[in-house]
Write a protein that binds this ligand. Structure first.
Ligand code: CTP
Length: 447
């Protein structure tokens, strides 16, 4: 009996897949089809797959061509499978020509002509397209535009800034450049708001009122009521309002939150997050001060997210200690936000006028999670115990600093009308509560 094996994602099963499977089957007597797992696809940069593993397995099963279906979960599995199943022929489409020649040592390798004019990528792109407008200014925007190219079904409609001279040259080639927010909204289904935080509430509200989905760089507003009002407005209009904290979409970050909550380090007693980035600021230049994010808006949402995700919102006390440089613009050099929970404490240190080690430590009664700097681009963390032999290291591929996954999650939420809750509404509200305390300034401890 001649055994044949082939691998693929088989997302949105199409004619190209079926023709390939038919010819693969005809090469022998028994066909094994390896369907790639979601994790493995993600680790090799395939982030747009729209059907779940179970649906894709069902796609292959429904062709009636596979004698056996297996799941491909890791790099190097092909050699293991060929040995394990006693495979005679390995085959894939001609888009892979040459790539699997190293398997010739183990079995025959045959590349089959790829069917022209159809692919899962094409099918995904031709489904609902989201025209995404950009509002505001930030160095993130250039990365954002670059990362959008990896996301099927999202196209940038244009960019808005109330001062055109502040749009970087590289973004002036976007299809539409304007200083009129309404004009951008008219050309868009959704908007990414990254204006100054003091404008977020108005800019988000206006976009929602115009029937547009919104992803807003955190914080969504500078008051808790403002935040609630925006979510209520989005709900009442059936629109997606998404909080943009890119780290929330990194696989490693998500896993460490789940492990902490699942008791891997016992009961959590402390969360400590530090985020800093030094910059030069002329305190006499009031115009620049007005346009610059202070340390708290620039960094605190990142640090506050794991605190609220792990410890929840029922803290007994919050204390904010800050070194303020300019009262009017609330420009701080560094700020420490502390929380006292019934059985735990948390502290978030942020600064743009001070430098520190940007790490995250979650301490528990049995061990602790350590995420080295810069933890807000999490791809690696360790769980450490009293006995170092029990320590575990975790690594997950992170492409595009998480921005790519954030855009995928946003477009999926728009497409399906469901938010996959990477950042819950409750966390968003708590973040804005902290923003409110800081910007009101009444209870701040100034040093
Ligand atoms: N295939 C093919 N002809 C096509 C598309 C795919 O012969 N038009 C083959 C691939 O070469 C591979 C198998 O079908 O051997 C599974 O491919 P997969 O990557 O799942 O499909 P694609 O349509 O290429 O997916 P994507 O666009 O996401 O890369």
């Amino acid at each position: 009996m001649i055994k044949v094996i082939t691998y693929g994602t088989y997302d949105l099963l199409h004619e190209g897949h079926i023709r390939l499977l038919k010819r693969a089957k005809a090469l022998g007597d028994y066909l094994i089809v390896g369907v790639t797992s979601d994790d493995y696809d993600r680790s090799r940069g395939k982030i747009n797959v729209s059907q779940s593993l179970m649906e894709r397995i069902e796609n292959v099963r429904s062709t009636g061509l596979a004698d056996e279906i297996i799941v491909e979960e890791y790099e190097g599995q092909k050699i293991d499978d060929i040995r394990r199943y006693g495979v005679d022929i390995f085959t894939v489409g001609s888009d892979w020509t040459g790539k699997f020649d190293y398997l010739k040592e183990f079995c025959q390798v045959i590349y089959l002509e790829r069917t022209q004019g159809v692919s899962s990528t094409m099918l995904r792109s031709s489904r609902a397209r989201v025209r995404l407008g950009l509002a505001g200014e930030s160095t993130i925007l250039e990365k954002f535009v670059r990362e959008c190219r990896y996301v099927n079904g999202v196209e940038i409609s244009g960019i808005y800034n109330d001062d055109l001279s502040r749009i970087p040259e590289s973004l002036k080639s976007l299809p539409f450049v304007t200083d009129n927010y309404d004009a951008l909204l008219e050309k868009s289904d959704a908007v990414y708001v990254i204006t100054h935080p003091s404008r977020h509430y108005d800019d988000v509200k206006h976009a929602l009122e115009q029937g547009k989905h919104v992803m807003c760089e955190s914080p969504i507003a500078l008051s808790e009521n403002g935040c609630k009002e925006l979510f209520d407005l989005a709900d009442s209009k059936g629109l997606t309002l998404f909080e943009g904290i890119k780290n929330a979409y990194s696989m490693a970050y998500w896993r460490l939150i789940l492990l902490a909550k699942a008791g891997k380090i016992g009961d959590v007693v402390s969360v400590e997050a530090t985020c800093t980035s030094l910059r030069d600021l002329d305190l006499n230049d009031k115009e620049t001060l007005k346009r610059t994010w202070n340390s708290v808006t620039a960094w605190a949402p990142n640090g506050l997210l794991p605190v609220f995700q792990i410890l929840g919102r029922d803290y007994r006390e919050m204390r904010i200690v800050t070194h303020m440089l300019d009262e009017e613009s609330r420009m701080d050099a560094f700020t420490k936000i502390e929380f006292v929970y019934p059985n735990a404490v948390a502290s978030v240190k942020v600064g743009t006028g001070a430098k520190s080690e940007g790490q995250l430590i979650v301490s528990g009664t049995k061990g602790y999670i350590f995420v080295p700097a810069p933890w807000w681009k999490t791809d690696y963390f360790e769980i450490r115990y009293e006995d170092p032999n029990e320590n575990k290291r975790y690594f997950y591929q992170l492409d595009g600093e998480g921005i790519r996954y954030e855009i995928v999650a946003f477009s999926k939420a728009i497409e399906t009308g469901r938010n996959f809750v990477y950042v819950s509404r409750e966390s968003s509200e708590e973040i804005t509560k902290v923003m409110e305390e800081f910007h009101e300034g009444n209870k701040l401890i100034r040093i």
